[in-house]
Design a protein around this ligand. Structure first.
Ligand code: CTP
Ligand code: MG
Length: 232
């Protein structure tokens, strides 16, 4: 009998947070006494189907004590986000099946509601098609040249902002990321590697509270959504 397909998590947390301009990588900034990484990890672990999460840390980082958890494995990330995700997938490939599903979630998205993750999981398991949380674009969107001149107004009815988690099969995702890295095409999420590899990818509507903390003012917004103060 074929073993049941399982779900695993990956958190790339090896970035430098350059745009955040803080004294340490943004995943270690704290809201309500817990780091952004801890909030993101807890949200991912709260999704019922997720058995275990592999966290890719910066090679120089000393793992914080709270990461010592039976449902968490650690590995060293790499220079680009895709390198960090691949390093974590390698750890999973030691213990999981190629057909198993993996939810990749940014350490910098601390406001994920587990209920949105649950909807993603049930949609993917129900359809067999990999998917990501995403949000329809609400603004009018302009394409602009380097001098600041508007070239055109895009049709926003087909535009979505990609979020995480992004959920794909372990074997297919690892192969797609490897191919994308080998071909030298810049990819900023798992879905774009899967698209390039010719796999179907679906969107599942997420919430705007699932922002990626990227620039300094995002921290206050994340604290607002979490209902807790910035503590460090
Ligand atoms: N990430 C990673 N390894 C890298 C680069 C990024 O694990 N080499 C992780 C970040 O830690 C973050 C997520 O990927 O959780 C999303 O990336 P991004 O928001 O771009 O974070 P940073 O790369 O850290 O920030 P910046 O681009 O501003 O330097
Ligand atoms: Mg980055």
């Amino acid at each position: 009998m074929k073993p049941a397909v399982r779900c695993w998590g990956v958190i790339p947390a090896a970035g430098l947070g350059t745009r955040m301009e803080a004294s340490r990588p943004k995943q270690y900034l704290e809201i309500g006494g817990r780091s952004l990484l801890q909030h993101s990890l807890d949200a991912l672990l709260a999704i019922t189907a997720v058995e275990m999460v592999v966290v890719a840390l910066g090679a120089e980082e000393t793992p914080p004590a709270w990461l010592d958890d039976s449902r968490v494995r650690l590995t060293a990330g790499g220079a680009r986000r895709a390198d960090s995700v691949l390093a974590a997938l390698r750890v999973l490939q030691e213990i999981a099946h190629e057909e198993d599903w993996v939810l990749v979630h940014d350490a910098a998205r601390p406001c994920l509601l587990p209920a949105d993750g649950e909807r993603l999981v049930s949609r993917v398991l129900g359809s067999g098609v990999g998917a990501l949380l995403a949000e329809p674009v609400v603004d009018t969107v302009k394409r602009v040249d380097a001098s600041g001149r508007v070239l055109e107004t895009l049709d926003r009815s087909q535009l979505w902002r990609a979020q995480t988690p992004q959920m794909f099969r372990l074997g297919e995702l690892a192969a797609a990321l490897e191919n994308a890295l080998r071909s030298g095409i810049a990819i900023t999420d798992e879905a774009s590697a899967m698209e390039q590899a010719g796999h179907p990818v679906a969107v599942v509507q997420g919430a705007s509270r699932n922002l990626k903390v990227t620039v300094p003012q995002d921290l206050a917004l994340a604290a607002f959504y979490l209902g807790e103060p910035i503590t460090g």
